[in-house]
Design a protein around this ligand. Structure first.
Ligand code: ARG
Length: 599
């Protein structure tokens, strides 16, 4: 195997099987002019079912029509020409699929490459871009609730993954620090702020004030007006109200920071809504001048650009009963002169363009804001905005009963409480099952498992679907859970601790058992799967992959003794263990999860 491996060595560095096979395939059909629309579809993809080999291509079928040939004959021509003898065995299936079954030698060589590669076989992207990721973005002066969990966790994972793939990533916490809630907070603050409580638990005290005003204004029209008046005063720059607002924002940020620290989430910027106050008048003016906005009943609005089909026009709406189409404008300045969420988002677009020059901006925000973002993106297009804009939307977290998660009092649970409950559930599992010696280690592990479980559960669901929050299931060692993956990392680590001599990677490996080969196969796919996450911003592709890798590891581990084996067999198996642990650790870290060394 040695000579063979060396011959491929330069070729192999960091190149995934998929890329190697694709290159060979394209070389074999070099003379053929392939229209760009077809090019993407002639490529080699991983087979869903291994009975069709490791990879498949339907190139022959795609091209046969164009070349007026029989697809099976064309497939044979490709097979005769393609240079992958050392890598794979080829066969034709059905109407002209080409199947590639990788040879054990190919897995052996790739495993060695992966074992020696710091990036676990994940190539950096060729076309590096600048991404701005707008995520978490809670409304301050109210504690972050469970609804913000999804944005925070998905946004953080996407940031980590895009950075690792080589993109330039700028993260921005666009907090809601200028909303109507401040009218209420200021009113209640003036009535009865408790300074001691404010020092002790600022978020709780702010929430108490907010609730006080919000409940009172529901019952009392006068109080409602008084709150609105406080807001008008604040927006007019009143000194006392500004001072209260500044303190409230400051305290909220501190409280939020504690949660982010606990979750190991960080931002490059915290440019909240208020950061754009000075830009709002100019933003509206520009859109008026460009003829995109117009006055309507005293308000300034943006209407349809008139270039889209009504069905696809975010500024048109169809009445459910009459079926009549009507304008659905975006208000950017109300008739009382006030600016709103939309104005701020328009100003934010300009700021990001001028300061960060992004290629893409991702907004990781609840799907219920879909209409807002459609309108925003449409306006951006009409002003020739130079970046791609994406709303990375997500659904709702539900309780075990399938209804949106609520506390007993009927409120949305606070994020902190959710995390604490997850840690408590983890403590129970650890008390029963852990092999850790000290209490301190157990406490640390419970915190880790609790947070990891919340993150993993979030990330393992398709982001658009609602999911049920079931703590006991989330922290269980068995099942598709974070602890299962952590355990799959700890297992090989413990082998290395038991090993009498220091482990160094061997110069060659041999893989003979089907479980060894399958594990090597799964390891080789990491670099193919990870880039797919960014195609549609789906971290669940990574969680699915990691679970599959872990299962491949456990089957290998059951079938193939490691410590009891010897010589080259042992060295090869240790290389599998080593590479699995490394890949799991990397994959988990991209989800924002720390792999423990012991459990
Ligand atoms: N603060 C908003 C909310 O909690 C989310 C902001 C999202 N980002 C944005 N640029 N609109 O609903």
């Amino acid at each position: 195997m040695g000579a063979w491996h060396n011959a491929w060595k330069t070729f192999f560095d960091l190149v995934t099987f998929q890329t190697q096979l694709n290159t060979a395939l394209l070389n074999s059909i070099k003379g053929v002019e392939i229209p760009p629309t077809l090019l993407e579809r002639v490529g080699v993809i991983a087979s869903k079912d291994l009975q069709f080999g490791d990879y498949q291509s339907n190139a022959a079928m795609m091209l046969a029509k164009m070349l007026q040939k029989n697809p099976r004959e064309l497939a044979q021509e490709i097979i005769d020409k393609i240079e992958v003898d050392e890598l794979a065995e080829l066969s034709i299936a059905g109407p002209g699929f080409i199947n590639f079954k990788l040879k054990p030698e190919a897995f052996e060589a790739q495993l060695l490459e992966l074992a020696n590669d710091e990036r676990c076989g994940v190539p950096e992207v060729d076309a590096k871009q600048t991404y701005v990721i707008d995520f978490s973005s809670p409304n301050v002066a109210k504690p972050m609730h469970v609804g913000h969990i999804r944005s925070t966790i998905i946004g953080d994972a996407l940031s980590r993954i895009s950075r690792f793939l080589g993109h330039e990533v700028i993260t921005d916490n666009h907090i809601g620090d200028w909303g109507t809630q401040f009218g209420m907070v200021i009113w209640a603050w003036k009535q009865e702020v408790d300074e001691a409580a404010l020092k002790q638990a600022p978020l709780q005290e702010l929430l108490r004030l907010y609730r006080l005003a919000s409940n009172a204004s529901k019952e009392n029209e006068e109080i409602k007006n008084a709150c609105r008046q406080e807001l008008v005063q604040l927006q007019a720059g009143d000194a006392e109200n500004t001072a209260i607002w500044e303190r409230a924002v400051q305290l909220s940020k501190q409280g939020l920071q504690e949660i982010y620290t606990r979750l190991d989430v960080s931002f490059d910027h915290w440019l909240g809504e208020s950061a754009y106050n000075a830009e709002l008048a100019g933003t509206v003016q520009e859109l008026l001048e460009a003829g995109i906005a117009a006055e309507n009943d005293g308000a300034i609005c943006v209407f349809s650009g008139g270039t889209r089909e009504k069905k696809k026009d975010p500024f048109m709406k169809r009445d459910a009963d009459t079926k009549e189409w009507a304008d659905f404008p975006m208000i950017i300045q109300k008739s009382d002169g006030a600016y709103n969420y939309a104005t701020t988002d328009l100003a934010t677009l300009a700021y990001r363009r001028d300061h960060w020059k992004p290629d893409r901006v991702l907004y990781v925000v609840d799907h219920r804001q879909g209409a807002h973002f459609h309108q925003l993106f449409d306006i951006a297009e009409r002003t020739n905005y130079p970046a791609e804009l994406h709303h990375v939307a997500f659904g709702t977290i539900c309780g075990k009963d399938g209804k949106p998660l609520k506390t007993r009092a009927g409120d949305l649970p606070q994020l902190d409480d959710v995390l604490n409950e997850a840690v408590e559930a983890a403590q129970k599992v650890i008390a029963e099952k852990s092999h850790l010696d000290t209490e301190e280690e157990k406490v640390e592990l419970a915190e880790n498992i609790g947070l990891a479980s919340v993150k993993f559960t979030e990330l393992s669901h398709n982001r658009m679907s609602d999911y049920n929050f079931d703590l006991d299931k989330m922290v269980a060692l068995e099942g598709d859970t974070a602890p299962y993956l952590m355990y799959s990392y700890v297992r090989p680590q413990s082998i290395f601790r038991k090993l009498e001599q220091e482990f160094t990677l061997p110069a060659s490996v041999t893989l003979t058992e089907p479980q060894e080969i399958h594990l090597a196969r799964m390891l080789s796919r990491f670099g193919e799967v990870l880039p797919l996450v960014l195609e549609d911003y789906r971290p669940n592709l990574l969680t699915t992959y990691l679970l599959e890798l872990a299962r491949a590891f456990h089957s290998f581990f059951e079938a193939c003794p490691v410590l009891k084996s010897e010589g080259e067999v042992q060295a090869s198996r240790l290389t599998l263990c080593y590479t699995t642990a490394k890949t799991l650790k990397k994959g988990l870290s991209l989800l924002g999860i720390k792999a423990p060394e012991k459990m």
